[in-house]
Design a protein around this ligand. Structure first.
Ligand code: NAI
Length: 761
């Protein structure tokens, strides 16, 4: 037995060690060098009587094999006296095996209060009483191993054992919490549910089964769990007949309901199967683990949806990527489509049509075309936009459009679009959806951004957010600063559609009639192009390069051949509010509209080449506080405030992620160093960004903890001692930032360093 697990310096208390399992544990520990307190009341299996004989006999057995043992005859309800016996005889206690037990079985109907009370007192209160007396001794010396004895009856329930089951499972709860409280002091607590032949089972099990259930098949697990080399803590094991299993909690993925709407019993009934579906089950091991889903539902509320829209799916999914390209021909065709070219000799028109002219510009409103074409093609190809049901296509109307050009569109480009259903609003019967499309050029620079707002007939009613009810871009009550009147060509829709919108509604008279229109209507985005041009010619002297963005609401349909009258109000040097009517019907067709202008023509970012290595220039240093600044400031603070150091008396280790770093705040000696701690009392693991946010950005430590973003290991209670940092002067962090940026005055001030350290335990 060269690698034998010995207990030579250890003092062990085994309760109920006069027979059955307890005796076996006592013999095992005695044979392996421990000094054993053999406790047993010596009563009957149902709790009556009292005798010293049982404990004495086991003490004799241990001594007979040259072991050391003393007897104790107190009831486990008198835990302090049992622990005192250990102190009186052996000077300390290292291991407690809470094993004593009796039965008072009766069906719940017939169970008396005495039956209940006695079982509770011996099992739950008794185990607590002995453990409670040993606890401070173990914590003080930084060593302890404790076993609680539960039962299958407690874990699974068993007829006639309501009292016993309740007390036994209570022991598991006790053990779990003691494991949390004792772990950092090397006081480890585990629970076993044994099955063994003893006087408690001999009347219920046949002889041949009892033979296979020797207590010797249980004691080895107890020996291992109590050895100093075993670090298991908070575990639950079934053991007997040569089988040893570990148990854990399992939790179904379940269902997350949206918190903004009432949750009804009917909702639960509807989702009952899903609630009980253990596919991809989780195994939470701590309260924090168990709270993650709930906290997530509070911090990131479910958005809901219906068969047409699934907002949670949309939110959780990455944008869909689409690629396409355009060239000079596409730009010219688009320009013709939105009414350019009626004056073929006018350079102000040719600049959109003649690719070899002095200037060749893209109309800014073209920024929507590749994005929308890509999106439509994606849908036609049967590709899904996450969150948008494939069944909505014939319910869609283009309601509003926003296009932003990051810089003047080049004459040709290869594009990558990232498309995502941003959100949807529930308007009762109908819904409004908003799709974001970010468009990048071949080098990855963003070239345009589009926000497509569409109206979905009959797709509302899921009880979701109704969305803002604002009237944006309302024209002021004064005469417009500019008015442009322009007749649309009778064949305009026929040209415009060649830019990619093939909807027959814009060309097929019969199709249009079936839709309730006298004749094919003009594309809304064709009118959009006209309106954009009207601004360029009125406020940009026909140079479109300072055009930043356009936002419109499509109020009514327009027919080819009608006359558009665009009224424009210059609200500032960079903002024009717009309203467009059809002259013949005097009806508003474009409203809540505005164009924004750049003050200067934006230019593309210079590209880094291999000859110009990218180095982080001083001016690219983060201007705000970094985690390094904060730790340096804490170091300065601790050095200047020794009183805080002595009162906290804790070594905090921070493990930062992304970028990875470790820091030690040693509030025992008052020093802060980069790197891991030798013996941290508590370790806090968090992303670098969230650490900074928590210290100076108002991020709440409690929320981060419950959301699983701040992990605390070791002594959880110690984490709350970081409270002392609340007293730290924010100027210390500001000073660190200033030092790093190499300046004194004039460096940006850090936000108030006022960390919310109160971490729940
Ligand atoms: P056992 O009856 O052979 O041993 C229990 C011992 O505890 C007895 O010697 C008894 O005198 C002593 N005891 C009872 N009340 C006491 C008190 N107030 N203070 C001090 N000592 C007291 O029973 P067994 O089977 O060895 O059970 C040991 C433990 O294992 C018990 O907690 C029992 O509930 C548990 N258990 C046993 C199972 C089995 O299959 N044997 C199954 C599940 C749990």
């Amino acid at each position: 037995m060269s690698n034998a697990l010995r207990f030579d310096d250890k003092v062990v208390i085994v309760t109920g060690a006069g027979g059955g399992l307890g005796r076996q544990y006592a013999l095992m520990f005695g044979a392996r060098g421990a000094r054993v307190v053999v406790n047993d009341l010596g009563g009957g299996a149902h709790g009556g009587g009292k005798s010293s004989a049982a404990a004495d006999k086991v003490v004799d057995e241990i001594r007979a094999m040259s072991g050391e043992a003393v007897a104790n005859y107190d009831s486990v309800e008198e835990g302090a006296r049992i622990v005192q016996a250990a102190l009186d005889n052996f000077g300390t206690v290292d291991i407690v095996i809470n094993n004593a037990g009796i039965l008072r079985d009766a069906s719940f109907l017939k169970m008396s209060m005495d039956d209940w009370e006695l079982i509770y007192r011996v099992h739950l209160k008794g185990s607590m009483s002995v453990t409670h007396a040993a606890w401070p001794i173990m914590r003080e010396k930084g060593y302890g191993r404790i076993i609680m004895t539960t039962s299958a009856a407690g874990i699974y329930g068993n007829f006639g054992q309501a009292n016993y089951s309740a007390a036994k499972l209570g022991l598991l709860g006790l053990a779990k919490t003691l494991a949390v409280e004792g772990g950092s002091k090397n006081v480890l607590v585990n629970t076993i549910a044994p099955i063994a032949a003893s006087r408690l089972t001999e009347t219920v099990l046949p002889a041949e089964i009892l033979e296979g259930l020797k207590p010797e098949y249980v004691s080895p697990l107890v020996g291992w769990l109590c050895h100093e080399s075993c670090k298991e803590n908070g575990g639950l094991f079934e053991v007997g007949a040569g089988i040893v299993n570990k148990l854990r909690w399992q939790r179904s993925k379940g269902v997350g309901f949206r918190l903004s709407a009432p949750i009804t019993p009917e909702n639960i009934a509807d989702k009952w199967e899903q609630i009980g579906d253990f596919t991809d089950a989780e195994h939470p091991t701590t309260v924090a683990d168990s709270m993650v889903a709930a906290m997530d539902n509070i911090n990131n509320p479910k958005l809901g949806g219906n068969q047409f829209l699934d907002l949670d799916k949309a939110k959780a999914s990455k944008p869909v990527v689409i690629e396409n390209a355009y060239d000079e021909r596409d730009l010219s065709l688009y320009a013709l489509g939105v009414g350019v070219g009626a004056q073929p000799l006018d350079s102000r028109e040719l600049q959109y049509l003649y690719e070899r002219g002095e200037h060749f510009y893209a109309l800014p409103t073209y920024g929507v075309i590749p994005a929308l074409n890509g999106f439509m093609k994606m849908l036609m190809d049967g590709k899904e936009l996450p969150g948008l049901g494939g069944n909505v296509l014939d319910r869609v109307l283009h309601g509003e459009q926003y296009t932003e050009i990051k810089r003047p569109l080049p004459s040709h480009a290869t594009l990558r679009h990232e498309v995502k259903l941003r959100t949807a609003y529930d308007k009762g019967d109908n819904a409004i959806g908003i799709i974001d499309v970010h468009t990048f050029d071949a080098s990855g620079d963003e070239l345009a951004y589009n926000e497509i707002t569409f109206f979905l007939r009959g797709c509302g009613g899921w009880g979701g957010d109704r969305g803002p009810n604002l009237e944006l871009n309302v024209p002021p009550a004064r005469e417009p600063d500019a008015v442009v009147e322009e007749k649309i060509g009778d064949n305009q829709g026929l040209i415009y559609r060649l830019s990619g919108d093939w909807n027959p509604l814009h060309i097929d008279p019969e199709f249009a009639r079936n839709f309730g229109f006298d004749k094919p209507i003009l594309h809304g985005l064709c009118t959009y192009g006209y309106v954009g041009r009207h601004v360029v010619q009125s406020f940009l002297d026909n140079d479109p390069r300072r055009f930043k963005s356009i936002k419109v609401r499509f109020a009514k349909s327009v027919y080819p051949g009608e006359t558009l009258v665009t009224h424009m109000w210059k609200e500032s040097e960079t903002r024009i509010v717009i309203e467009t009517r059809v002259k013949e019907r005097n009806e508003i067709v474009i409203k809540n509209a505005a164009v924004e202008l750049y003050e200067q023509i934006p230019v593309a970012k210079p590209k880094a080449t291999s000859k110009t290595p990218v180095t982080v220039a001083a001016e690219e240093q983060p201007m705000g506080p970094t985690s390094v600044d904060i730790f340096n400031a804490i170091g300065t603070y601790l050095a200047a405030n020794p009183a805080e150091v002595t009162s906290a008396n804790t070594v905090f280790q921070f493990v930062l992620k992304n970028p990875d770093a470790a820091w030690t705040v040693d509030a025992k000696v008052g020093a802060v160093k980069q790197g891991a701690a030798d013996k941290p009392d508590v370790t806090l693991t968090i992303s670098d960004e969230q650490f900074v946010g928590m210290c100076i950005g108002g991020e709440d430590a409690q929320k981060l903890f419950f959301a699983g973003k701040l992990k605390i290991t070791g002594n959880m209670m110690a984490a709350s001692k970081l409270e002392f940092l609340k007293k730290m002067d924010p100027k210390l962090v500001e000073a660190e930032v200033a030092k790093r940026l190499g300046g004194g005055a004039g460096t940006p001030a850090a936000a108030a360093a006022n960390p919310a350290w109160a971490v729940p335990v």
